[in-house]
Design a protein around this ligand. Structure first.
Ligand code: UD1
Length: 416
């Protein structure tokens, strides 16, 4: 079992290169199944979730070749619908995208139980709604989820809630369906735009990605292409919040500032200086920051994936901040770990009230990916030594996080 030992150190300072976006890479890798020619995908983040998705593609008969550290060639011409790959899919939430991609390619998708971070239930009714609208029938059992359709016919899909996963799955299923599909109340995250851009590069006809209405005219075939994944706004935001919490100065390099506006606006309100250049965002937080109120929302709102890291920063700020979680109402399991460090945080329903103060290092258990990043930030800002156990979720989604934190001056090491 690996663990991280973190000591209170000097404020984090320096620049980190931002890797490829996890949330764009996983749907795009699933989408390569729809292509009848090889694709070369670059700027893939070097993380376990990407390794897992590539392993699943190999399991499905794709030929996957590594070209360099972050670039793979994926040839799905020989791909088949897999026998239940439970062990492979159970650790990866994004394996649900193989349902939409399988439906679009073979008229059938099949996966085992879906894994991923546990935020107290992660429904898929909107995915099912989209599949059904296009002519698919879904079968749910204890062991697997299957979806099949004799033919996919374009349809109007009105989502009841904004869902990234359901929007991705609907796009994957509709891209080769007959006729036009229109998705209303669609998610508009940069990774949805990236998926549309990739599919269009392969010959798809998708318009409106990045807005709440996406129109997809089905095409018969998709060819291959060479494509680079967008940078990871959540990774960038995590390092900027680490700078805020440790009163340091960190530049995230290779990220369009626009995508981080909800975070940088909050950081400015907190009293940090934020400098936005073309592809670099720098946060200077020399003095203690002030508390703010944050409401998470689908893009372009404040991202739920930066909520735990923001709570960690608020825990060492001045004043009383509130954080309302509107996407995953139960995404506060990590707060009990912050309590062990002396944080004063009260959670009621989907709202956390955070009284800023100081933290003391202690033993911590990592409950999920972004919570793990939040605990790492808290540990860097806390007095004394912290030991983080169960760090696998962090490694699943952050590329070279130890190296990057160390390069900013964090006193952190990994131990068996
Ligand atoms: C969501 C986040 C995404 C984040 C990811 C992991 C949004 C809109 N999505 O994506 O930014 O990276 O979690 O933290 O911010 N829902 C349903 N039925 C469904 C699907 C979803 O009710 O079929 C609800 C969920 O309970 C949740 C909300 O919709 O409250 C957003 O879910 P969704 O966007 O699908 O989740 P992810 O794709 O995992």
């Amino acid at each position: 079992m690996k663990r991280l030992i973190v000591h209170h150190g000097s404020p984090l300072r320096g620049a980190v290169p931002v890797g490829g976006s996890k949330n764009a890479a996983l749907p795009i890798l699933a989408a390569t199944l729809l292509c009848e020619e090889p694709c070369i995908i670059g700027n893939l983040p070097v993380i376990r979730d990407v390794e897992r998705m590539l392993t699943i593609l190999i399991h499905m008969g794709c030929t996957v070749e590594r070209i360099d550290r972050a670039t793979y060639r994926i040839d799905s011409r020989e791909a088949v619908v897999p026998a239940t790959p439970d062990k492979l899919t159970q650790d990866l939430r994004a394996s649900s995208y193989l349902l939409g991609a399988g439906l679009g390619r073979f008229g059938e998708g099949r996966i085992g139980k879906i894994g991923g971070c546990d935020f107290g239930g992660r429904p898929i009714d909107q995915h099912i709604k989209a599949f059904a609208a296009l002519g698919g029938s879904v079968c749910l059992s204890e062991e697997e989820i299957t979806v099949c359709a004799p033919a996919l016919i374009g349809a109007r899909v009105d989502f009841d809630t904004v869902s990234v996963g359901a929007t991705v799955n609907a796009m994957l299923a509709a891209v080769r369906a007959k006729g036009e599909t229109v998705l209303f109340h669609a998610a508009s995250e940069p990774h949805i735009v990236d998926l549309a851009r990739f599919l269009n590069r392969c010959g798809a006809d998708i318009r409106g990605a990045g807005t709440g209405v996406i129109r997809i005219r089905g095409v018969e075939h998709l060819h291959g292409c060479t494509y680079g994944i967008i940078p990871d706004m959540i990774e960038a935001g995590t390092y900027l919040l680490a700078a805020a919490a440790t009163r340091g100065a960190v530049s995230a390099r290779g990220i369009p500032p626009d995508q981080l506006r909800p975070l940088t606006e909050k950081l400015r309100q907190m009293g940090a200086d934020v400098d936005c250049e073309e592809n670099t965002v720098t946060v200077f937080a020399a003095s203690p920051l002030r508390a703010v109120s944050v409401d998470t929302r689908p893009y372009p709102g404040f991202p739920t994936d930066l909520q735990p890291q923001m709570v960690a920063a608020l825990a060492v700020s001045q004043g009383v901040g509130t954080v309302r979680e509107n996407v995953w109402h139960k995404r506060f399991r990590y707060v009990e770990e912050l309590h062990k460090m002396g944080a004063s945080i009260r959670v009621f329903d989907n709202r956390a009230t955070v009284v800023g103060g100081s933290l003391t290092g202690t033993s911590l258990n990592v409950p999920d990916l972004r919570a793990g990043a939040a605990l790492l930030i808290a540990a860097c800002a806390a007095e004394g030594e912290s030991v983080l156990f169960g760090i696998e979720p962090i490694m699943r989604g952050y590329e070279d996080i130890l190296y990057k934190m160390q390069s900013l001056g964090a006193d952190i090491r990994e131990e068996e």
